[in-house]
Write a protein that binds this ligand. Structure first.
Ligand code: ADP
Ligand code: ZN
Length: 436
């Protein structure tokens, strides 16, 4: 397929030009935040750094970090860097890991964000001929508004469905011939399952691509969704603090997400020491917004763990790529002293032929951590005998043990007994926290 770019001048810019552009923007941006955000100025003063010390991106490491706790302390508008009268919108985090954060946008901030989403849509082959079904939530959550704006910019016919009401999603998808579906991967899996339940085959819909993000998902889940919907499934990443979806996006190479680094400068740091790590090393992703007016994050610690690469991409984009983050540092469970990411368990389940409907429950009984994994059987698997189920539970427990090094209790449960997600899925119940 022909490669298409929304803004080729930036998406295919040489590294040298990109770094020059980033440096120019950074110098201005540091002044902007220092002059307008008292708490960041205090952080810089404390570190003994002034805007004059920042001459280019090589000086970035001198600047203090911003953490999610800083944003919570400054709730709701301590980081607002322009008069409120210049703002046209707020969005808010979904609060997956605590109190919500409110982010402010000027019109220019919204424009840049929507451009980034337009880049993502064109990167999967989107044009004005497409019908783009946006089934991310609309409202405070950035998913719906971001992709909606991007879809308009590309000129797609936009179906602003929001999430939920799966019956209506399917009706509009079929009646209006949606060709691109945007939603969370867990909702995409649910839509795929619902289509099958209604007797549709993957080739019955007109979809060609899906743009799925806002939560971690595995390669196995990608293949599962691609099969059930008969499409190519692409990843998209973002966070409210930085703008929303479209901070980075996958191209048709499906080999990591290109970061829109003309707007969002990325670093990988050692989460324990804060030291910047070289390209290719795994660590915590940190973003600096290079031209955000209202909510100008500097070295914002995302807590997402991933790896960056500048290896050449077959799509022709020169934008640095990030590997799919497989969960945040605060999603990580420590069970009997072993680090467990829910995505590791998801990988095993799908490899073993189960559907991605599961729930992980951690508890502490007699001072020992327990790990229970509830996995839903498909209708086909359900017809097995009780004896067969016990054997299957054992075999799955073994496979998980091989991956994690600790033994879980696996419970295979009847079809349709685990709640489906229309937005970000909740896969973990950590009851230990409830006892504290
Ligand atoms: P909250 O922190 O309340 O969930 P957001 O809705 O802003 O608020 O979520 C942003 C977070 O969602 C990111 O920091 C990241 O952890 C996760 N995320 C977003 N997109 C992806 C993706 N494609 N893959 C994995 N995780 C993602
Ligand atoms: Zn690419």
């Amino acid at each position: 397929m022909e490669n298409r770019y929304y803004q080729p001048e930036f998406e295919t810019m040489s590294l040298e030009d990109m770094q020059k552009l980033q440096s120019e923007k950074l110098v201005k941006q540091v002044k902007h935040i220092y002059e307008n955000v008292a708490c960041y100025r205090a952080k810089m003063d404390e570190k003994g750094v002034t805007p004059d010390d920042i001459k280019g991106i090589e000086d970035l490491h001198k600047l203090p970090f911003i953490t999610k706790d800083d944003l919570r302390d400054q709730y709701p508008n301590g980081f607002l860097a322009v008069p409120q009268s210049e703002c046209v919108r707020i969005q808010s985090t979904s609060g997956t890991t605590g109190r919500r954060v409110v982010a402010f946008y000027t019109q220019k901030d919204v424009d840049i964000w929507e451009d980034c989403c337009a880049r993502a849509i064109m990167a999967v082959g989107g044009t004005n001929e497409d019908v783009c079904q946006v089934a991310y939530g609309y409202g405070l959550f950035t998913g719906g508004p971001g992709l909606n704006g991007g879809s308009h910019r590309v000129g797609c016919l936009t179906l602003p469905m929001s999430s939920g009401n799966t019956e209506r999603q399917i009706q509009f998808m079929m009646d209006l011939g949606a060709t691109i579906l945007c939603c969370t991967p867990s909702y995409a899996a649910y839509i795929g399952e619902s289509l099958k339940d209604r007797g549709y085959k993957p080739e019955d819909n007109k979809l060609k691509a899906g743009i799925f993000g806002a939560e971690p998902w595995t390669e196995e889940m990608r293949r599962d969704i691609e099969k059930s919907l008969g499409i190519k499934a692409y990843d998209i990443y973002g966070l409210t603090e930085i703008s929303g979806p479209g901070v980075s996006f996958e191209c048709t190479a499906q080999a990591g997400m290109h970061i829109n680094e003309d707007h969002f400068l990325a670093e990988i740091i050692d989460p324990d020491t804060g030291e910047v790590l070289p390209e290719g090393e795994k660590g915590e992703l940190v973003f600096t917004c290079l031209d955000k007016e209202a909510f100008p994050m500097m070295r914002y610690r995302t807590r997402d763990i991933c790896v960056l690469t500048r290896e050449k991409c077959s799509c022709g984009r020169t934008l640095v790529r990030m590997r799919k983050p497989m969960g945040r540092s605060d999603d990580m469970l420590i069970v009997r002293g072993v680090n467990v990411f829910p995505s590791q368990i998801e990988t095993v389940l799908l490899q073993e032929g189960y559907a991605p409907n599961y729930l992980i429950e951690v508890d502490r009984v007699n001072n020992t951590d327990t790990l229970d994994v509830y996995v839903e059987l498909t209708e086909d698997q359900f017809s097995d005998t009780v004896k067969g189920v016990t054997a299957a539970e054992k075999s799955l427990a073994n496979a998980i043990k091989t991956m994690l090094g600790i033994n879980p209790a696996v419970h295979l449960v009847a079809p349709k007994t685990i709640a489906r997600s229309e937005g970000k899925a909740v896969r973990v119940k950590d009851k230990r926290k409830l006892h504290d």
